[in-house]
Design a protein around this ligand. Structure first.
Ligand SMILES: Nc1ncnc2c1ncn2[C@@H]1O[C@H](COP(=O)(O)OP(=O)(O)OP(=O)(O)O)[C@@H](O)[C@H]1O
Length: 578
């Protein structure tokens, strides 16, 4: 929980100010029973109106002071807890952004969302409670105890009797309920994960008519979450009444011994009233402490979950700036030198890959599903690092690039083009923030997107819904290609990026890319032989290994996989033309 220290440092002055007002509030609460005791014993019992008026007015003034202090304290505790949560959420967000892909895979997207939302809110509730209950309750509790001892030391022995019992109950509460609240948060992760899967696949679910199945799936996680939450609440709710019972037993004992004292003439009625008042305040304070500990247990579980992310070692994957190198610059050249990669230890997905693509050349990659094509692009982008071997780009080891520098030089159009809410031109400009309207249009033209964009209502200003819901797959792919092109990268990776466009559009994009390439190196991944046909060289990847390399002609002669893919696609083409 050490990571929270910085927030304490930021807010400690305002926190201490809140405590100052809180102390005023507690003092007002503590003075009331003592004044009331004097009004009863010196005013009411002796029929002295002067004392009643004077002390009554004083009581009123003290109550007003307590109310003013409470208002300021409320204001401060609200502001501090909000800002505290805002800062924590922001820092956690930044930390999540800095995580490596492996670290994100390890924790899971849904769990990261729960930590960023629900867990932060729990800590916020606790921080707010800290200023409302946590500090006030001990102040009032200890103050009540001291006032009670001051009023009657012998009666206070009762308090000493019940104090250890209450402490034991609170300790047990913390010890027993903590694991329950940890499980509740983990169950919430699963609910979020189910929700995320549903939202990501909502159309497929509808098309396959699997809504009932998904509902059952969600119900299972939802039930597990509410069962765990109910179990945690059940356990923790036992402790409140137990504390209540113990303190009420104490009050009865005080009334019993007090009545004996009044009967024997050693005590006055006003003192007994004041004593029971302090006892009630003490009861309330203890109940509050118990409640606050429950909040603390929840917040502790949440804070540990946030701490797990905050304390992850920095990904350390990129140097701040590209390191100078002695290697001769060879702009746009990509070299894989005996590269092996595994997502999980001992289970390599890519085996000993060696190949080179020169500046301005186009490399095609084809292979069966799960042969490692996308994984290869992830290594070039340094989302993951090879287990063995090195990758060089522009003659320089990838690990020596600064992140910004590398991202500027390499652009990718992924398999599933993700667009963002905003206008079409915003989405293209997302690739290069300051790009002019002319540059946006030129990129769209090369991606064969200009014509359809102009026909959209609003043209380049047409709104794109969340994740591009209001566009077809082919339209999204073309905007994503324009977004990559506008970066004017040294290396452009198209990962099955034209799978949703027709053959004519595919051809148009490729020829425009070739014409406007400006010595841009291109890596084309596709299942369509027609897309790769004109590439300078084509790699056939199979189970993570290079099965064959060469241009179209060569592969037709020497790769049975490539040959069969071409034959099959030719037959399909002829069948559709007939
Ligand atoms: N994040 C990941 N964690 C663990 N394994 C993964 C991960 N991503 C992919 N894999 C595994 O790596 C292998 C190669 O996957 P990859 O996506 O690179 O194949 P691909 O050739 O691009 O497939 P496709 O043609 O279907 O897109 C597969 O067996 C896949 O299960």
């Amino acid at each position: 929980m050490g990571y929270l220290r910085v927030y304490w440092t930021n807010y400690r002055i305002r926190f201490l100010l809140a405590l100052f007002f809180l102390s005023g509030e507690a003092l007002a609460d503590l003075l009331q029973p003592a004044l009331m005791s004097r009004i009863v014993d010196q005013g009411v019992a002796l029929r002295n109106m002067n004392v009643i008026e004077r002390l009554g007015f004083l009581m009123l003034a003290i109550t007003a002071m307590g109310a003013i202090c409470a208002s300021f304290r409320n204001l401060l505790s609200g502001i501090i807890s909000q800002r505290f949560a805002q800062d924590l959420r922001q820092d956690l967000y930044i930390k999540i952004q800095s995580l490596s892909q492996q670290q994100v895979d390890q924790i899971g997207n849904a769990s990261l969302i729960t930590r960023l939302t629900n867990d932060v809110t729990r800590i916020q509730t606790f921080v707010n409670g800290l200023m409302r209950i946590m500090v006030k309750a001990p102040l009032v509790g200890i103050g009540s105890l001291m006032m009670a001892i001051h009023l009657n030391a012998r009666l206070s022995l009762v308090l000493l009797g019940i104090a250890p019992i209450i402490a034991a109950i609170i300790f047990l509460n913390m010890k027993i309920t903590y694991p329950y609240f940890h499980k509740v948060q983990t169950a919430l992760d699963s609910v979020n994960r189910a929700m995320q899967n549903f939202l990501a696949g909502v159309r497929v679910i509808k098309v396959f008519n699997r809504s009932d199945f998904e509902q059952r799936h969600f119900r299972k996680y939802n039930k597990d979450f509410s069962d765990k939450a109910a179990a945690a609440t059940k356990i923790s709710s036992l402790f409140g009444p137990l504390v209540n019972l113990t303190v009420n037993a104490g009050i009865i004992a005080i009334l019993w011994f007090g009545a004996i004292g009044v009967h024997q003439g050693s005590m006055e009625v006003g003192s007994i009233i004041a004593f029971t008042n302090y006892m009630t305040q003490l009861l309330f304070a203890i109940m509050m402490v118990n409640h606050a500990f429950t909040m603390m247990v929840r917040a502790r579980a949440s804070s540990e979950r946030i701490g797990e992310v905050m304390n992850l070692p920095p990904a350390k994957r990129f140097t701040a700036q590209s390191k100078p190198t002695d290697a001769p610059p060879c702009q746009g050249t990509l070299l894989f030198d005996h590269v092996t990669f595994a997502y999980q230890e001992g289970l390599p997905v890519l085996h000993d890959l060696t190949f080179r693509v020169n500046r301005g050349e186009t490399l095609g990659i084809i292979g069966p599903v799960a042969s490692g094509k996308t994984t290869l692009t992830r290594l070039i982008l340094r989302l993951y690092d090879p287990v063995k071997g090195t990758i060089r780009f522009n003659g320089q080891d990838l690990t020596t690039f600064g992140e910004d520098d590398l991202r500027k030089k390499i652009a990718i159009v992924p398999q599933h083009s993700l667009l963002f809410s905003g206008s079409v031109s915003d989405n293209i400009r997302w690739g290069s923030e300051g790009a002019s309207d002319k540059a946006v249009r030129e990129a769209a033209e090369i991606a064969d997107a200009d014509a359809f964009i102009r026909k959209l209502p609003g043209g380049y200003h047409a709104r794109v819904g969340q994740a591009g819901v209001n566009l077809s797959g082919g339209q999204k792919q073309r905007i994503a290609i324009a977004r990559a092109l506008i970066r004017n990268p040294d290396l452009l990776i198209l990962d099955d990026a034209t799978s949703a466009v027709d053959a004519r559009t595919d051809k148009t994009i490729r020829s425009r890319l070739k014409n406007g390439q400006n010595q841009m190196t291109c890596l084309l991944i596709s299942q369509k032989a027609s897309t790769l046909k004109d590439a300078d060289q084509i790699i056939v990847l199979n189970q993570g290994r290079i099965e064959a390399v060469g241009d179209h002609q060569r592969l037709m002669a020497c790769s049975s996989f490539y040959h069969s893919v071409c034959e099959q696609q030719l037959e399909e083409k002829e069948a559709t033309e007939e």
